[in-house]
Ligand binder design. Sequence first.
Ligand code: SF4
Length: 151
Amino acid sequence: MHRLYENNDIVVFWNSDKCFHSKKCVTGSPKTFDINRKPWIDVTLADNAEIWQTIEKCPSGALGVLFRHGIDVIMDQDNNRSVAFDGDRVIGECDYSVSESGWNMYHTEVFEEYGGKGIAKRLVYKVIEASEKNHVAIGATCSYAAKVLGE
Ligand code: SF4
């Protein structure tokens, strides 16, 4: 299961398939990671430094964290894509096709001047997360999306 959690400053990535339940996150930032709560991750309850340092100690790679850089990433399911915005300006998207066998991410692009900020990963994660919430199989012919899917 892939999920994204955001506050004004950071984005946390969670891939349950990789977690081996060492609970370092739960002890490192108990307000953020609470296995008795749904959703079990809430990135609004502790300061960012604590969350960041805790995630860096995750031994499995199930958790990841990046700065938001003021960029919003949303799902636009009506148009089969996730979209990144800098204010009102579209600065990237991940497009997928829909068929009986599921969704296929075939194109991921972020404007060059926004490179190196992890926006493409957020775009792909957003589509993966949406596919899982919709109980639809997900694949990728876009090589970047396939890499994120396989991480
Ligand atoms: S620290 Fe990482 S591996 Fe351990 S429970 Fe948390 S997410 Fe899972």
